[in-house]
Design a protein around this ligand. Structure first.
Ligand code: GLC
Length: 766
């Protein structure tokens, strides 16, 4: 909110309403009947959004109305009231208040010893002062907040305050952390009557105070840039999220193998280390599609090099052998380019002016893994192309995916000063403005390079990101620890990332730092196998964390859940297809589907995979029972077939090998026989596990690899199930050359653990 004085006049330019106040101009733009942008900048030209590509405006019949209490803009779905001082209020189509600017006095929290707290950067008062621009909104008593990216803590963000400043803090990440690696300044607000989203598209260091300072208001602001936010209306959370991903994009359908199991460790140094992992995976019958290579594959941590000695001077043949055994190679790639004359990447970067500079025009140097290093200026499209092209070196070795790390950017010699010069397109900018989009631009560079030089659907993983990074990259949650608190946190953190438009996410299974325990790993894989990115990773110097390091019991449990994941890959793939079209995440908090259910709104230790599967994992040590909450409707216990009716709480026996899983009545779940890796055997039959109840399901099939599906080369099937569990189906789109030869159905739910015998669905049905 900016105190702009009286609203003197206004004008309309298309769907933009230009507002002339006593002390400045502001603007409201209606993009769709559901999405309204609020913009004010006292100083500058509007800089192009980093999150939103292209115009998102559709034609809307606006109605303007001058009333005593302000200027009203009606979109058909939303009414906006603009008042003096640029107070902006949002109402629903029936004129009910939804999101109002707060008019009262701000009362920053009183602190006992504010000087000490300010030194530590924790004072709310301090952040208020640092904010050049901010918006303060009324806080209704029962409002819950979701989203905000990868913040620590629990699902509902009410009562907490956060910062948007991509941060690599190696300390164990606990609830009072204000910022982690990602800055996604979007949240959804939900109460009994409404849900709405606010996306504050500002890349400067930002603050989100979600009712920590006051029970009467919440606020967000930033240290620079414009007041530029989008109000997103909708009748449900899925609709609001779909509005947000309409603006910032959805994650494109990935290659199917990326949904398999990934094994990683910082400490696989030589070819022999990797060979041993690959051999053990197959010998222990743990399906695995991907092995990740951490920094030691490089020569002296120099990007776009390969340590020849450690790979017997022939990494290409080794990667090829791995591939023939079903393992895809993903390699880490850090932005810091070693400062070393004679190293072509460094020399070329200096010569072409591709690195960030000091205000005096020198190449800016800090330190990362290779020691002294320069930082590619990814805001410059030429640099992105250069970087993307250099990835060809890795592709030529046989690499199939790129893991972008340290791209906050992290630096070992203190943080980069705010005034380091970066380019924003062809405009000179600063680290202060572009810090939060450094990882975003690096991901874009990686994605575009892979798309051009590999041609298949790019697989990129990033640690740092901004709103909209989902278009280019998956993400993992960085350096967690092998502690139970981090297994617990994984659920709300991944769910909130999904609600922030980042659907393809995962945590380091087993925990990155510190030594895991057999029990913790066994419980973690039970969560991990249901999370979109399924990767075990651990830090140098910690206890080995591969599935076979903990004895037979843990190995058997690990195998059971990796195989369960592989069984469900067709279901996961369908969810990704749905996500690309609607923005609905794969891993969903219960509230996403059951927003009227008050228990669901704060449920931190259960989640849904798509709309049909509910997972209630054990996330406490030493327990073999789980209190499970099932929302309304009929649910079937996945393991026993028992029929349960919600909303209700149940106590489920959950010994170490049991993760409680439930399937909604009326579900059709496509599964496949687990394989050692995706594509090991051709998929000739579709297997449908069916749970009685009225329902329908769309199943999607394509070659799982390239972009041919965008030209219609895919098959889509529509199935329906009745109360008695009877299934019918049809092909609704036939464009894929190798559809299934048979469709098999197994009626489960209420029929014991195995369900009824598999039966072939009559050919005429599809
Ligand atoms: C960072 C990454 C971690 C990686 C390590 C070494 O800490 O977050 O995943 O293993 O760097 O590259």
């Amino acid at each position: 909110m900016a105190k702009l004085g009286k609203l003197n006049k206004y004008g309309q330019e298309g769907q933009k309403i230009i507002l002339e106040f006593e002390q400045g101009r502001a603007q409201i733009e209606v993009l769709t009947p559901y999405i309204v942008n609020v913009f004010y900048d006292p100083e500058k030209e509007r800089v192009p959004s980093k999150a939103i590509e292209g115009s998102k405006s559709v034609s809307v019949n606006l109605a303007l109305e001058e009333k005593k209490d302000g200027l009203w803009i009606h979109t058909g779905q939303v009414s906006v009231r603009v008042c003096d001082d640029f107070y902006v209020d949002f109402f629903d189509k029936d004129g009910r208040e939804v999101c109002l600017d707060y008019r009262g006095e701000r009362r920053p929290l009183e602190r006992v010893s504010s000087s000490l707290l300010e030194q530590e950067g924790h004072s709310a008062a301090a952040s208020v002062q640092q904010c050049k621009i901010q918006a303060v909104k009324q806080l209704k008593p029962s409002l819950h907040f979701y989203g905000l990216g990868d913040k620590t803590g629990f699902l509902d963000k009410r009562h907490y305050d956060y910062e948007m400043w991509n941060t690599d803090n190696p300390a164990p990440q606990v609830d009072c952390f204000k910022a982690l690696y990602k800055s996604i300044p979007f949240f959804m607000a939900l109460d009994d009557t409404h849900v709405y989203g606010l996306f504050f598209d500002n890349t400067f260091k930002g603050y989100f105070n979600m009712g920590q300072e006051s029970e009467e208001y919440y606020w967000f602001g930033a240290e620079g840039g414009s007041l530029d936010y989008y109000y997103i209306a909708g009748d449900s959370m899925p609709e609001v999220l779909s509005g947000y991903t309409y603006l910032t994009g959805t994650a494109p359908l990935p290659q199917k193998w990326t949904l398999g199991y990934h094994q990683c460790r910082w400490g696989y140094v030589t070819q022999e280390d990797v060979e041993e992992i690959a051999r053990n995976m197959r010998e222990n019958d743990i399906p695995c599609d991907v092995i990740h290579f951490d920094i030691d594959y490089m020569q002296d941590y120099k990007v776009f090099t390969w340590n020849q000695e450690r790979y017997h001077n022939d990494p290409d043949s080794f990667l090829d052998r791995l591939f023939r055994d079903g393992f895809k190679t993903v390699v880490i790639n850090d932005p810091g380019v070693k400062q070393e004359e004679g190293y072509p990447i460094y020399d070329e970067g200096v010569k072409e002016g591709y690195f960030a500079k000091t205000p005096e025009g020198e190449v800016y140097i800090n330190a990362v893994w290779p020691g002294a290093a320069a930082f590619p200026d990814f805001g410059n499209p030429k640099v992105r192309r250069w970087w993307g092209r250099n990835q060809k070196f890795l592709l030529d070795r046989g690499v199939r995916g790129i893991w972008n790390d340290m791209n906050e950017p992290a630096s070992f010699n203190g943080p980069l000063p705010q005034d380091v010069v970066f380019m924003d397109g062809d405009r000179e900018s600063t680290h202060g403005e572009l810090h939060n989009v450094y990882g975003h631009f690096m991901a874009k560079a990686a994605y575009e390079g892979l798309k051009e030089f590999d041609g298949r659907r790019p697989f990129v993983i990033t640690r740092a990101c901004y709103a909209g990074s989902q278009k280019y990259s998956t993400a993992w949650t960085g350096d967690n620890c092998s502690i139970w608190a981090h297994l617990q946190m994984a659920i709300p953190q991944l769910c909130n990332l999904g609600l922030s438009g980042m659907p393809f996410v995962g945590t380091d299974i087993g925990g990155f730092g510190a030594d895991t325990t057999p029990e913790l790993l066994a419980r973690w894989v039970q969560v991990g196998c249901f999370s979109p990115l399924f990767r075990n990773h651990s830090a140098l110097g910690t206890r080995k964390q591969e599935p076979w390091q903990f004895g037979k019991e843990v190995l058997d449990i690990y195998r059971k859940y990796v195989k369960l994941r592989y069984r469900l890959i067709p279901y996961f793939y369908d969810l990704f297809y749905e996500e690309e079209r609607t923005g609905a995440p794969i891993m969903r908090p219960l509230v996403f589907q059951y927003e009227k259910d008050r228990t669901a709104r704060t449920c931190n230790d259960e989640f849904l995979v798509g709309g049909n599967i509910l997972v209630a994992p054990v996330v406490q040590p030493g327990t073999d029972k789980k209190m499970v909450y099932l929302p309304e409707g009929v649910w079937y216990d996945y393991w026993t077939g028992a029929r349960l009716t919600g909303p209700a709480w149940f106590v489920k026996d959950a010994p170490l090998d049991t993760c409680p899983v439930y399937v909604k009545g009326g579900s059709i779940i496509p599964v496949m026989e687990p394989q050692s890796y995706v594509g090991e055997k051709p998929l000739e039959e579709l297997m449908l596990e069916v749970y009685p109840g009225e329902g329908s399901y769309d199943h999607y099939l394509d070659n799982g690899e390239d972009f041919a599906y965008r030209e219609g080369k895919y098959h889509q099937y529509h199935f329906e199930v009745t109360e008695e569990g009877h299934v019918t189906g049809e092909v609704v789109h036939a464009g894929y050359g190798e559809p299934y030869k048979r469709i098999l159905v197994c009626r489960r739910g209420g029929r014991g653990p195995e369900g009824a015998p598999w039966e072939e669905l009559a050919a005429g049905c599809f």
